[in-house]
Design a protein around this ligand. Structure first.
Ligand code: DX5
Ligand code: ZN
Length: 224
């Protein structure tokens, strides 16, 4: 259940296969792929052809994070290209219920993402429908930013509501996780920890994943 999910945003894209092999050696079971459109966020990244190439070189669970304003038409394209799970931002989904069901009907797990400025109460009506919840701990668009501490309060609130409702969905966090704040992040209630710069800009990404998994397991053992 507790997973460190390397984000390829900070990987060397000219050697993507080798970069992925490194985090596999470190024991990662999932890989985070950021899809940006230059509208919802001020940056552009990859589309289905790149995901398809990644799919060919790894069996890791592909966790696709959509940062695009009009997600629905792209859901089938990314599932066909190899996405195992897709998360969409609440802020761009006026028909969030429909979009989550669309992802599920295509055969992928459906996640809902909240920006740092979006209140967690926006999730109330999709608890029980979303397969997982992703709390952004930075403003989306770029790797290597600093975690916004207040977002951990949101994680705690979601974890409390999850317990109260008797649900089991994973809580994911994305942005600014380092070796120094990882323990606090896990103790707040996070199950899936995305890490880009901390993993891929380290001298030894495999060893960094091993170390992050160790810290996460230890912190999980002591969390309330
Ligand atoms: C940011 C992306 C993140 C990014 C995180 O918009 O959604 O997935 O890769 O990178 P770090 O871990 O470097 O903050
Ligand atoms: Zn992301």
């Amino acid at each position: 259940m507790l997973e460190i999910i390397p984000s390829i945003l900070s990987a060397d894209f000219s050697r993507l296969g080798e970069e992925i092999a490194k985090v596999e050696r470190g024991g990662a079971t999932m890989l985070h792929v950021d899809v940006m459109d230059g509208h919802f966020v001020p940056n552009l990244t990859v589309g289905p052809p790149v995901l398809r190439s990644i799919r060919k070189v790894t069996k890791l669970t592909l966790d696709v994070h959509f940062m695009i304003t009009n997600p629905d038409p792209y859901v089938p394209l990314f599932v066909e290209a190899g996405a195992d799970q897709i998360s969409v931002h609440q802020e761009v989904c006026p028909h969030l219920d429909r979009t989550l069901r669309l992802i599920q009907s295509e055969g992928a797990l459906a996640g809902v993402v909240l920006n740092p400025s979006t209140p967690a109460t926006m999730l109330e009506e999709v608890f029980g429908l979303a397969d997982f919840v992703l709390i952004m701990s930075v403003n989306p668009g770029f790797g290597g930013q600093q975690l916004i501490p207040r977002t951990l309060e949101k994680v705690r609130w979601v974890a409390t509501r999850r317990r109260e409702m008797g649900l089991k969905f994973p809580i994911e966090i994305d942005g600014g996780v380092t070796l120094d704040n990882l323990s606090e992040v896990v103790r707040a209630g996070v199950d899936w920890v995305v890490a880009g710069a901390t993993v891929f800009l380290s001298p030894d990404p495999a060893a960094t994943v091993v170390e992050m998994r160790r810290i996460a397991q230890e912190s999980n053992a002591v969390r309330a």
